[in-house]
Design a protein around this ligand. Structure first.
Ligand code: APR
Ligand code: PHB
Length: 398
């Protein structure tokens, strides 16, 4: 890399302007800690990614603290229950009754990102979009990490106190950690989710997680007029192989007749296939660089935990950095990785468990199907069984 055209100093450099980076930036700003975000893509590209849309109370509170919760409270849909469909019969899990009054907020991640972008822009904070070849340096030892990047053909360098790697699963920060200091844990599932977004009213007021002999399906929603549906598909399927008509027909076959009859179909606005993966990095701190969100962990979407875990990581990191700058204490940043990982592993377990519980694993000779039957029967007949699901679904405390 050539000599930098500019060198500046900013206390915290955040890599990545997804929900993790934007939320951290806003919370730090509220606490008087200056930060800059470097994002390799354009704002439009960031907003074009369609992801899950279920927020735990912890995530809702974090958005409130960031001053980015107004539209969510106006337009988001609080949900007090979910339904599990098994062998053609729907069973309601009363989240609110089972958890002493807790619920979840249905509000798309794209909207969360847009709201965070808007408050950041309104506060006049710097986000460098289309920052190329972002590279962290000198973070492992000492107190003077640096980040270099290229923009419009020029190299820039920022010296800082801390680097926050909020750059997602494919980011540069985790990849820059020394191989002998990082351990990863991974499980890849033998199927993907084909998702379809459409401007049609949701088939049901509440989300339906459907287990069927033809595979898993999920009936979700973004608003009262926009639906999101998913089908479990083999990893070999290509999105081009699935016409909208084929999608709707298959969805109808995987739900109960009453739901199928109510389903309003329409043209897709977006359709994509995502593989399912469980992945965790340990630790989440490398000297003066921290990882947060998808940069450090991935969950299969079945438990809707991805964005919620990103929010709790950011919450812990924010507290740690506030401790450092305002209280001159390193206790918060020293315990960040351990605290975050304790919560992450619980959500990893729940997401894995929900995935095993609801999907078709035909190739295992039927053993998993029997485990599902036993577990689901327990959930449907025991309040304690249902409560375990409900407590995890609404989110464990931070
Ligand atoms: N340099 C700069 N930016 C980068 C780089 C890089 N080398 N690599 C990736 N990025 C950017 C991506 O373009 C993206 O905008 O980092 C951002 C990471 O955002 P996300 O992938 O959305 O990750 P995160 O903010 O942690 O959000 C977690 O996303 O996948 C879902 O379920 C997950 O809801 C959760 C949320
Ligand atoms: C979604 O609406 O995209 C969604 C909802 C719940 C999940 C996963 C995805 O568990």
């Amino acid at each position: 890399m050539s000599t930098p055209a500019t060198t500046t100093h900013v206390p915290v450099v955040i890599v990545g302007a997804g929900p993790s980076g934007l939320l951290l930036g806003q919370l730090l700003h509220k606490s008087g800690i200056e930060n800059i975000i470097l994002e390799q893509r354009s704002p439009d590209y960031v907003l074009s990614r369609i992801r899950a849309g279920v927020l735990e109370q912890v995530a809702v509170e974090m958005l409130e603290k960031a001053g980015a919760a107004e539209r969510m409270h106006a337009e988001g849909l609080p949900h007090e229950g979910i339904e599990l469909l098994y062998f053609g019969k729907r069973h309601r899990i009363d989240l609110k009754a089972l958890t002493g009054g807790k619920q979840v907020m249905v509000y798309g991640q794209t909207e969360v990102t847009r709201d965070l972008m808007d408050v950041r822009a309104a506060a006049g904070l710097t986000t460098v979009y289309e920052a190329l070849n972002v590279q962290p340096f000198d973070f492992l030892e000492g107190e003077k990490p640096r980040v270099r990047y290229e923009k419009d053909g020029q190299t820039h360098e920022i010296t800082c106190d801390f680097i926050a790697g909020c750059d997602g699963f494919h980011g540069v920060c985790r990849a820059s950690a020394p191989a002998d200091k990082i351990k990863t844990f991974e499980k890849v599932y033998p199927f993907g989710w084909l998702g379809l977004l459409s401007d049609t009213p949701p088939v049901s007021e509440e989300l339906i997680y459907a287990s069927s002999e033809r595979g898993f399906a999920l009936c979700s929603q973004r608003s009262l007029s926009r639906s999101r549906y998913y089908l479990q598909v083999p990893l070999t399927d290509k999105v081009e192989d699935w016409s909208d008509e084929a999608f709707w027909e298959e969805l109808k076959r995987r739900v109960d007749p009453e739901t199928a009859a109510k389903l309003v179909t329409g043209p897709s606005i977006e359709k994509s296939i995502a593989p399912l993966r469980s992945f965790v990095t340990e630790p989440m701190r490398f000297g003066r660089m921290f990882l947060a969100g998808d940069a450090a962990h991935i969950v299969p979407p079945t438990g809707a935990k991805g964005l919620n875990l990103a929010a709790s990581d950011v919450g812990y990191l924010w507290q740690g950095l506030v401790d450092f700058y305002q209280n001159k204490s390193e206790a918060g940043i020293d315990s960040y990785s351990e605290k975050a990982l304790r919560r992450i592993w619980k959500a990893e377990h729940f997401s894995w468990w929900m995935t095993m519980l609801m999907h078709d694993f035909a190739e295992d000779g039927g053993f998993n199907a029997k485990m599902q039957e036993a577990e689901l029967h327990y959930i449907f007949t025991s309040e304690n069984g249902a409560r375990v699901l409900a407590e995890n679904y609404v989110g464990l405390p931070m």
